[in-house]
Design a protein around this ligand. Structure first.
Ligand code: FES
Length: 119
């Protein structure tokens, strides 16, 4: 159960985020959702390493959390247009930076993704 582990955070400089359906991970403040995914072996590519030149870090944010995020930039919107499985709450994981307000942020991976490493 997810709720019980809220008290086991490793430090006060991090919050908790949830990869749906049920994976809870430590989310250090100031890191991007993409960086946190890579630290936790979440299967997301991030081919351009956060320079807004791909859409391989596409994540779908739980609607409850989506409104708390800063608005996407025009460049992010342009890249999102290239993502497979775009939804109304899609964002690029490299552009979501963890803050204290995002404690409990819940995201999931899209069913398909544009993988730059596959030919
Ligand atoms: Fe390429 Fe996020 S990693 S846009």
């Amino acid at each position: 159960m997810l709720v019980g582990s809220l008290t086991t955070r490793p430090s006060s400089s991090s919050v908790m985020m949830i990869w749906q359906p049920s994976r809870e991970v430590d989310a250090p403040l100031g890191l991007s959702v993409l960086e946190i995914a890579h630290r936790n072996d979440v299967d997301i590519e991030g081919a351009c390493e956060g320079s807004l030149a791909c859409s391989t870090c596409h994540v779908i944010v739980d609607p409850e959390w989506y409104e708390l995020l800063q608005d996407a930039s025009e460049d992010e919107e342009d890249m999102l247009d290239l993502a497979f499985g775009l939804t109304a709450t899609s964002r690029l994981g490299c552009q979501i930076i963890i803050t204290e307000e995002l404690d409990g942020l819940t995201v999931r991976l899209p069913a398909a993704t544009r993988n730059m490493m596959q030919r």
